[in-house]
Structures are given as structure tokens and as C-alpha cells.
Design a protein around this ligand. Structure first.
Ligand code: GLN
Length: 485
């Protein structure tokens, strides 16, 4: 077997190969570790490798299969996991100094489900500290490179997961998305990224950033793989009271063309603006033309409150961040500094344990929640959030799915925006409204026109947004888009 076997290995192909006995789960897991050792020196996608555990897991699966146990969709599939998701006994740092050397004491619900399905965990991937950022430059440990151009960022905050999949260092990965952190890195790295409906996937065992916005979701090479992973990790969980019963039946994995053709797609005027990079506009035109060729109808729509989404998010998100991160005091767990007295201990632990961006958001969040400013900021932002949601409700009376760019530009250069938080925040302008409304959305790589193949082009993703719990619509369209020549 050679590294090239790994290059076009999807969940689906791996599953076929395992069934045909072309390889064992152990052989593939071992091959991944060899390749990671060689290649991740350039990319820096992983923070931690779980080689012994993964190989033992894979071996156990091979033995069970040899005894005649049935193969499921995810049996033996090697996955990369964002380092804010807990795997019992393994380090989990959220790429922060404050959690350096901390080990998880239980499995996140998504991990328990994947373990049950027989998946193998290769390791934990790099991210922006506590998932705050859009470039993975906010990690305290390392800078992850975009596999398509090492001078550029992979996006963020799930940059390590997106880069791992794009560089064939895992078959698929999990990330988390609070304002775009699965979709934007998927777009920058040329992979598929799904942000599920709020409540479709349990957040139990995800280190919380902003609890009313966070969702875990898959990063994969194909839309079909995203559907397979999503199906396994979604559903009701007693440990997360915001989860719902989900039953997608056969629709997720076997969408019918006759149903997909009937879906109407809306194009919101507020998202097709002059600030888009020309290559992004061009890419969107090509996607629309391809989807029209499937027989899908398009309609212009308006989401008038889009202009308030970023400011609304940068009040609600930090408010929740300030509450969620209060627990990291360096006393109960994680990194602890020397100090003279208790106050000094808190100051040093939090002042040195958290990075700049995290501190900025905690301070901002504490301010908007303070009694004198609560009504002026936090309450008002909640009302604006409702208006944004209602825009989508109205649009979904006219159309079934909404198509937009994922980000205004392709991947930017490392260092280009890290000194200017506002320009960094703007890269999530098309993904944030979706989290505020709790809707499902997927980022799918635009297929580059064959005539452009001579130039090396940076990947660009398009976003499909669906109604609540209608992942089947967006993934269905995506699966047919993928099949087009
Ligand atoms: N980039 C956005 C932010 O910095 C979104 C982060 C996320 O989705 N976790 O908040």
C-alpha cells in the first residue's frame, strides 16, 4: 500500500475497500500515521496524535470483522477531531494555554456515538483558541497552513480539521461552528463542511464557546460522506436539553432526483454584493448555472436585516463567552500560575492563561451584560436576532433553500488580518446570520471549470442554507451537484 491509496479515500470508498477485503482497518490507520509523520510537519494540522489508541481500536475492529461482525458505514473509519471535543483520557486544550496538559474525563456524546459506530480517532486538530477566530492563527500552539498554499491560512476556527481532510491526513473530521467555523475553513481548504440545525447534534462534551450558537458538524471530502457522519452523530441526547429527535429516514443518504428538482432556491440580494472578490462572484455564477442544468428553479429574495447580523453576533456571542469561560480559573483544572494570594492567583491564571482575542471577548461580553448596559446592548441584540430569524422565516415561505457565498474572498495570507480584528470578523459575514437563526447550512467546494485548470486556483465554497431540520434538502442538492460532470 502507498500513501496515494489515502489520497482519494472517502468514507464510502473505505467502506467498500473494507468489505472487499482490499485492506484492513489496521493497515489504513497505520498508513495514515506514517503519512501524518511525514506530511504534517508542513501543515501543522494536528495538536496531538492518539497513535496507540487508534491502532488498538483498528486492530479490535479487524478481529471483530474476522469473527463475522457486520460492517457499518463508519466501521474502522479514521477521523480527526477538533481539540474542543472531549475524548475520554485524551488531552483536550481548545488550543489554549489555560488547558495545557488537561485530559478529558468523559466522552462527548458525538464521540460515544462514533465509538459505537466503530470509528477510529487519529488525533486532535488545531483551532483558534476556544474557537474564537477565522484563521486558526489564534492557537497558542502552532499555525496551521492551508494545504493548497502554505502561505495562506486554512480558515478557522476549525482550520486544523479542514486542513487535515484537505491534505489527506484523515478521511474526515469533526469541527464546531458558532459563526462559521466549519463552513469558512471548508471553503478555504476545498472540502465539504456542514453546520447542522441548532439542536440536531448534541453539544455535550464540546467545550462551550457561545451555547445558543454552537453546533458540532462534519468536515469531509464529499457531501455524501457529510451525510453519513451527520446521520450518526445527530439525535436526541439526555445530556443536552436543546437536542431534538431526528429521523431523516432514507432521504439523507439516498436523495431522489425528482424531489431535489422540485426545490426552489433563493438568491438573497444582500449576499451578492460588490465587495465580493471577482473570483467568488464568478464561482457563484458557475454553481447557479450547474444547478439550473439539474432543473432547479431560482428566485431572487431579500434578507433585509443581514446588515445588522455581525454587530448582533458580536454582542450575543461575547456575552455567552464571558459566562461560559468563567469556569476557567486555573484552580479546578488546567494551567496554574504561582501567586501571592487568591486575587493574584485569579489575575495571573486568567491574564496569562488566555490569549488576547479570548480576553477581548470576555471583557466585551462582561460589559454588554453589566447592569447599566444590559438593556442597551444585550436585550437589543436579542431583539435584532429575532428580526434576522424572521427574515429567514419569510424567505422560506417562498423558497426551500438559500444559496450564498461562504466567504467574501478565498483564503487570505497568514498575518494579513491578524492585526486587525474587524477585518477578520468581516470574513464571517455570510455565515453568522445562519447561526443566529439556528438553521442548517453546508459549504461545498465549487468545481473549477476545466478551462481554468492550468492555473492553480484557491478553493472557493458555496453555501446552501436550509429550513430547520431540513439537512436532507441541502445535502440532497449537494449530492447531485457533486455528481454533475
Ligand atoms: N470566526 C467567528 C468568530 O471568531 C466564528 C467562530 C466559530 O464559529 N467558532 O467568532
Amino acid at each position: 500500500m502507498s500513501h496515494s491509496t489515502l489520497h482519494d479515500l472517502t468514507i464510502k470508498k473505505f467502506n467498500n475497500g473494507l468489505r472487499q477485503k482490499e485492506f484492513s482497518a489496521f493497515e489504513i490507520a497505520k498508513e495514515f500515521f506514517d503519512y501524518i509523520n511525514q506530511k504534517d510537519k508542513e501543515i501543522n494540522a494536528y495538536l496531538f496524535l492518539a497513535k496507540d489508541e487508534a491502532l488498538a481500536q483498528a486492530e479490535k475492529i479487524d478481529i471483530a470483522l474476522a469473527k463475522g461482525e457486520e460492517i457499518g458505514d463508519l466501521t474502522g473509519v479514521p477521523l480527526a477531531i477538533k481539540d474542543n471535543i472531549l475524548i475520554e483520557g485524551q488531552p483536550v486544550t481548545a488550543a489554549s494555554k489555560i488547558l495545557e496538559n488537561y485530559k478529558a474525563s468523559y466522552d462527548a456524546t458525538v464521540i460515544a456515538k462514533l465509538k459505537n459506530a466503530g470509528a477510529v480517532f487519529l488525533g486532535k486538530t488545531n483551532m483558534d483558541e476556544f474557537a474564537m477566530g477565522s484563521s486558526t492563527e489564534n492557537s497558542v500552539f502552532q499555525i496551521t497552513k492551508n494545504p493548497h498554499d502554505h502561505l495562506r491560512v486554512p480558515g478557522g476556527s476549525s482550520g486544523g480539521s479542514a486542513a487535515a481532510v484537505a491534505a489527506n491526513l484523515a478521511i474526515a473530521a469533526l469541527g464546531s461552528d458558532t459563526g462559521g467555523s466549519i463552513r469558512q475553513p471548508a471553503s478555504f481548504c476545498g472540502v465539504v463542511g456542514l453546520k447542522p440545525t441548532y439542536g440536531a447534534v448534541s453539544r455535550h462534551g464540546l467545550i462551550a464557546m457561545a451555547s445558543s450558537l454552537d453546533q458540532i458538524g462534519p468536515l469531509t471530502k464529499t457531501v455524501e460522506d457529510a451525510a453519513i457522519l451527520f446521520k450518526t452523530i445527530s439525535g436526541l441526547d439526555n445530556y443536552d436539553s436543546t437536542t431534538a429527535v431526528t429521523d431523516y429516514g432514507d432521504e439523507l443518504l439516498n436523495p431522489k432526483l425528482e424531489n431535489i428538482k422540485k426545490l426552489k432556491i433563493g438568491l438573497p440580494e444582500e449576499y451578492f454584493i460588490s465587495g465580493l472578490a471577482p473570483e467568488v462572484s464568478k464561482a457563484m455564477d458557475s454553481v447557479i448555472a450547474r444547478l439550473k442544468s439539474l432543473g432547479i428553479e431560482f428566485k431572487e429574495i431579500s434578507l433585509p436585516n443581514t446588515k445588522y447580523a455581525l454587530s448582533c453576533y458580536y454582542i450575543i456571542m461575547p456575552a455567552e463567552v464571558s459566562a461560559n469561560l468563567a469556569r476557567f480559573d486555573g484552580i479546578r483544572y488546567g494551567w496554574r500560575s504561582d501567586a501571592e494570594n487568591l486575587l493574584d492567583l485569579y489575575k495571573k491564571n486568567r491574564g496569562n492563561g488566555f490569549g488576547k482575542e479570548v480576553q477581548r471577548r470576555i471583557i466585551l461580553g462582561t460589559f454588554v451584560l453589566s447592569s447599566g448596559y444590559y438593556d442597551a446592548y444585550y436585550s437589543k441584540a436579542q431583539k435584532v436576532r429575532r428580526l434576522i430569524k424572521e427574515d429567514f422565516d419569510r424567505a422560506f415561505q417562498k423558497v426551500d433553500v438559500i444559496l450564498t457565498p461562504v466567504a467574501p474572498t478565498p483564503a487570505f495570507k497568514i498575518g494579513e488580518k491578524s492585526g486587525d480584528p474587524l477585518s477578520m470578523y468581516l470574513s464571517d459575514i455570510f455565515t453568522i446570520p445562519v447561526n443566529l437563526a439556528g438553521l442548517p447550512a453546508v459549504s461545498i467546494p465549487v468545481r473549477q471549470a476545466t478551462s481554468d485548470k492550468r492555473q492553480v486556483e484557491l478553493p472557493i465554497g458555496f453555501q446552501l442554507i436550509g429550513r430547520h431540520f431540513r439537512e436532507a434538502d441541502i445535502l440532497g442538492i449537494g449530492q447531485y451537484y457533486e455528481k454533475l460532470d
